[in-house]
Structure formats: C-alpha cells, structure tokens
Design a protein around this ligand. Structure first.
Ligand code: NAD
Length: 250
C-alpha cells in the first residue's frame, strides 16, 4: 500500500520547479493531485505527466493571490476527488530591486503571491480538513527568512511572514488534528535563481560553498514534504525544516 493512497493533495505553483517535483512525488505515492498553477499551459502539462503515469491529477489554473480563484480551485478539488488531505503552499516569486527604488506595486505583488496566497489557500482548505478530522499544511519559505536578501526585502519579509503564520496555524489547528509546517529550500536548481541573471556556471559554483557540496535539486524537497504529510509525522507541527545541504544551520 502506497503512503498516500486514497488521499488528495493540492500543490500550488506546481507547473515547474519544486512544485512540479512535489506534485509528482505525492502522485507516485498514490495521492490524487490538484496542480494549482498560475500558468494554464504548465498546469495542463503537469496534469498530463501525472495522468500518463496512471495516477490521478487535475490541473487548475489558479492565481493564489486571488480569493475567487482559490475558492474555485478548492471547490474543484472537492468536486473531483471528494476531500483534501494535504495543501502544499509552494507558489512564490522572487524579483530583485534595491530598497530605494523598489516600487510599491512590486512589494505588493510579492506579498500578495508569497504571503497572502498562503493565507488564502490555507483558509480555504481548513473547513474541509476540520470536517475530515485532520490534514496537513506545508508551506515553502526560504533561507532568506533567516538571513535576509540583498535587493529582496519584500521576498525575505514574505518568507518570514510564512513562518509566523504557520506557527499560528499550528497552534490554532492542533486540537483538530491539522498540522502546519514550513520547508525552507536552499539554493535550488530551478527557474527562480535563473531569473536573477545568474548563469548556470555561477549557480553551480555556489554549490562548492555548501557543506554537502552542491546546490539543491527539486527532488531534494520531495522526501521531506512526503514525510511531513505522512502519518509518522503526526506529532510534528509548527516546525521549520531547512533543506539546504547545510548552507544555513538554524
Ligand atoms: N529555487 C530556489 O532556489 C528556492 C530557494 C528557496 C525557496 N524557494 C521557494 O520554493 C518555492 C518554489 O520555487 P521554484 O524555484 O520551484 O520556483 P519557480 O519559479 O521555478 O516556480 C514557481 C511556480 O509558481 C507559479 N506561480 C507564480 N505565481 C503564482 C501565483 N500567483 N499563483 C499560482 N502559481 C504561481 C509559477 O508560474 C511557477 O510555475 C517558492 O515559494 C520559492 O520562493 C526556492
């Protein structure tokens, strides 16, 4: 019996990178997947990848910062699969701007996607988890929450906010069997760092400074996420787990 047979997971921002790896990882363990992704073509592509592996998935174009879109995604999950056991808040953006020229629009967009999105998605799934008597919420923050980010004040603020939000969720929902935890990737080999004009050589060179000798791959997050969502992790809540090859030890 696979670990998530009969369970349903929503992964936001699952059209590429870490979210795609997480969606495929849960599907491989038997979960039905809701691929909640801003880019409709990516949502469809990951849905198809999972379905071709004979697992259940539906791609639902979703902007996590849009309350109506989030409601639609959660309703679709319930209509298609009947329950929601796991929410992975993975969608995130990381533009760079020096603080003195950072446009308020950009600040708002980062907070809306990275932090308000986590709030809206969590709020939307909790009633279903309460009815079911349990659930798992896992949110992706970042090492930037601890160390800050040059030209990424909005990003670091949003990721720190996720940690405080998660501790509050954990306290509030513990009596109902719902756990909430944070995963913090280190530098990971996806489109996100490439958006910062880093060449592949520069990205991989950073791995040499990481104690375990390399930058992360999206699959490095899969085992930790599956564990936090699994029955053996039932007594773990409000925690922040760093998956970064030892680059920050907290
Ligand atoms: N890659 C890294 O080095 C790294 C490091 C630390 C933390 N993280 C965090 O991990 C998560 C995944 O990062 P990644 O590297 O896979 O990113 P990515 O840019 O490769 O993928 C992010 C996905 O989220 C989607 N998305 C963006 N805005 C959205 C919205 N409003 N609603 C729904 N989907 C939206 C994008 O379309 C994209 O498919 C993010 O929260 C990121 O901040 C990444």
């Amino acid at each position: 019996m696979r670990r998530f047979e009969g369970r349903v997971a929503i992964v936001t921002g699952a059209g590429q990178g870490i979210g795609r790896a997480l969606a495929r990882g849960f599907a491989t363990e038997g979960a039905a997947l809701v691929v909640a992704e801003l880019d409709a073509a990516r949502a469809r592509r990951v849905e198809q990848e999972i379905v071709q592996e004979a697992e259940r998935a539906i791609g639902v174009p979703t902007d996590v910062s849009d309350e109506k879109a989030v409601t639609n995604t959660v309703e679709t999950a319930i209509r298609e699969f009947g329950r929601i056991d796991v929410l992975v808040n993975n969608a995130g953006i990381f533009p760079l701007s020096p603080i003195e020229t950072m446009a308020e629009d950009e600040w708002d967009r980062v907070i809306a996607t990275n932090l308000v999105g986590v709030f809206l998605c969590s709020r939307a799934v909790v009633p279903h988890m309460l009815t079911q008597g349990g659930g798992r919420i896992i949110s992706l923050a970042s090492g930037r929450a601890f160390e800050g980010a040059v030209h990424g004040a909005h990003y670091a603020a949003s990721k720190s906010g996720i940690i405080g939000f998660t501790k509050s969720l954990a306290l509030e929902l513990a009596p109902h069997g719902i756990t909430a935890n944070v995963l913090c990737p280190g530098l990971t080999d996806t489109a996100q760092p490439r958006g910062h004009d880093l060449t592949d050589e520069e990205i991989y060179a950073r791995g040499a400074k990481i104690p375990l000798g390399r930058i992360g791959q999206p699959d490095d997050l899969v085992g930790p996420a599956l564990f936090l969502a699994s029955d053996p992790a039932r007594h773990i809540t409000g925690q922040t787990v760093l998956v970064n090859g030892g680059s920050i030890m907290w």
